[in-house]
Design a protein around this ligand. Sequence first.
Ligand code: FES
Ligand code: FES
Length: 168
Amino acid sequence: MSESTATSEVRTVRFTVNGREVAPRVRPLARLLDVLREELGLTGTKEGCGEGECGACSVLLDGELVNSCLVPVAQVAGTKVRTIEGLAKDGGLHPVQRAFVEHGGAQCGICTPGMVMAAVALLAQHPQPSEEEIRTGLAGNLCRCTGYMKIFDAVAAAAGSAGSEAEP
Ligand code: FES
Ligand code: FES
């Protein structure tokens, strides 16, 4: 079998998304972003640049923030993926989501799922982040609408109540 055939053949990739086991039949080099949106119906994760520059497609992979547009789905076999759909619990928003709503951290909303996931990852590592740590933690996520201050305010407001809710 040629290498190109091996990488383009459809196969089953098993992993966990938001606590649910999934086993989509996909090409190994398909982008995790596309598999989430098109195979699994999780359209909360957005595509911006498609090149790893904007963070709109951010998800947690075993607790680490990744750009899902850069991750071939074969790499997530056996891992735990968490998307924006996995944050709300018992019908209630995650504290970071609530803070974005209350502080006007979302306008057009394209960057918002990625921003929220980046904030969840940041607060898991730094439950009480300094302003500098918030800016650094969100540096990989671009927003065209808010001017960032409302987003930084939202993350600061969520600090303390949200950190323990991120997966390790
Ligand atoms: S769409 Fe993935 S980083 Fe921009
Ligand atoms: S709210 Fe529009 S890009 Fe951030």
